[in-house]
Design a protein around this ligand. Structure first.
Ligand SMILES: C[S@@+](CC[C@H](N)C(=O)[O-])C[C@H]1O[C@@H](n2cnc3c(N)ncnc32)[C@H](O)[C@@H]1O
Length: 441
């Protein structure tokens, strides 16, 4: 890994000439996949490093001389730390893809680092009702390598070239081995396809209960012949999604997902938990934390196609009521279908904030699984006021989770369980399931 300065590529030597190469001693992890180091007193967030290492890094061009902090990317490792391993996805290294910022770190160490980042975020948010040191990330079932877990992959396309975006860049790079993707996605060979003009992105889905699906996002109408996809895609459903329409060019535009005894049908390009084990793991964790009873009233906010709604509808039985609230029309329609066997359940298409603003009466229990932006302070305060007994917060972004939990604590709620799962191995992301109950007064 270490190269004498004279052997570095010419472009890198030029960076040194411009004063953009710095030597850093790497300290603790920062949120977002980088690590903290200091250069002449200034904080530098460096990617591609490990705690305890000494590295040579390129300061990114957008790091201005007078900025409070800089961003940098590791070029060479002068002294490697004990957690460094050959990258699981070499294309994510220096000047490469942005998708897997921890691929060069031992999987157990990745989990230790994520735990540290999460605990630090919760400490900084002054979370006070739960022992933060007890929060520990857990792997998904049988996930020893962190490879082959992604059942959904988005490829970017530029002038026919299929790839993925670089770190903090719009440039599209070749994907290479793509080892995080489910083998059924890797087998399709989309990364070497030359896309026709108009195609801007491709989503590839490996569902648990139906054939793979390819959603081609295009600025203009295209036929199956125009697409000229690799032969390996012959058994996949092909969906063309333009700004105005969605057309199944082959097969169906829906996929099936199987979770225990439940079968979910949803739009192929719609939201579904990405790790192959996530639906099982999260429904178990949410069901346990929710602990709903016959006859109760439950809201499943940001409900998607109804993954958590089904378990909640079953738990409250025929005398209870379940309302799933989802902003995307198609996902909400899918939830209606997936809940068809439960007359006590209803799927509402609405923005959660509008739904909360109009609600006169709160539920007994609520599940919320927002996108990365989180629930937001105002909506969280409203939920804390409306909900009678228990809230279960599912989050893929710990910084907004920390903010929202602080609001709940301020409104008189206590965190009574906090689980974290490593559902995005080799990336800095994680998934949290937090149980909140009204604090004893
Ligand atoms: C993280 S996904 C969770 C979906 C579902 N709980 C699941 O596990 O499959 C978040 C969902 O919230 C929806 N969403 C995002 N912002 C929303 C809003 N302001 N109001 C309602 N739904 C929203 C998205 O369309 C998406 O389906």
């Amino acid at each position: 890994m270490t190269r004498p300065a004279s052997e570095r590529p010419k472009e890198v030597q030029e960076l040194a000439g411009e004063g953009r190469l710095i030597t850093l001693t790497v300290d603790k992890p920062a949120h977002g996949g980088t690590f903290v180091a200091r250069h002449e007193g200034r904080v530098v967030f460096v990617r591609g490093a490990c705690p305890g290492e000494t590295v040579v890094a390129e300061v990114l061009p957008d790091s201005k001389a007078n900025a409070r902090f800089w961003r940098a990317e590791t070029i060479d490792v002068i002294e490697a730390g004990p957690d460094r391993v050959p990258s699981a996805w070499p294309e994510c290294g220096y000047e490469g893809l942005g998708g897997a910022d921890y691929a060069h770190i031992r999987i157990e160490a990745q989990r230790r680092i994520k735990t540290e980042v999460l605990q630090e975020l919760m400490t900084r948010a002054r979370i006070g009702t739960y022992p933060i040191e007890n929060i520990q990330i857990e792997p998904a079932r049988d996930d020893h390598t962190g490879l082959g877990w992604r059942s959904r992959v988005r490829f970017a396309v530029d002038h026919g070239k299929v790839g993925m975006h670089g770190w903090r860049s719009h440039e599209i790079h070749a994907v290479g081995s793509n080892p995080l993707a489910h083998p059924a996605i890797q087998a399709l060979g989309i990364d070497v396809w030359k896309a026709p003009s108009g195609v801007v992105a491709v989503d590839v889905v490996a569902p648990s209960g139906s054939a793979p699906a390819i959603i081609v996002r295009s600025e203009n109408d295209l036929t199956l012949d125009d697409l000229n996809l690799p032969a390996a895609c012959d058994n996949a459903s092909i969906v063309l999604a333009t700004r105005t329409s969605t057309t199944a060019l082959r097969g169906d535009d829906s996929v099936r997902e199987i979770v225990g005894d439940d079968v979910f049908t949803l739009y192929a390009g719609g939201f579904w938990q990405v790790h192959v084990d996530a639906p099982r793991l999260l429904t178990a964790a949410v069901g346990h934390a929710l602990d709903a009873h016959e006859g109760e009233r439950i809201w499943d906010l940001y409900g998607g196609a109804g993954l958590f709604s089904v378990l909640a509808a079953r738990a409250v039985g025929g005398t209870g009521a379940l309302v799933s609230v989802e902003g995307a029309e198609r996902a909400s329609a899918d939830a209606t279908e997936n809940l068809a066997a439960y007359p006590q359940a209803k799927a509402v298409t609405a923005d959660v904030r509008d739904f909360l603003a109009e609600a006169n009466e709160g539920p007994d229990r609520v599940i919320m699984d927002p996108p990365r932006a989180g629930v937001g302070e105002k909506a969280m305060a409203r939920l804390a006021e409306l909900t009678r007994e228990r809230m279960v917060y599912v989050s893929c972004e710990p910084s907004t989770l920390a903010r929202d939990l602080r609001v709940a604590e301020h409104e008189g709620w206590a965190i009574t369980d906090f689980q974290v799962f490593d559902l995005y191995p080799h990336t800095h992301h994680m998934e949290c399931v937090v149980k909140l109950e009204r604090a004893a007064r």
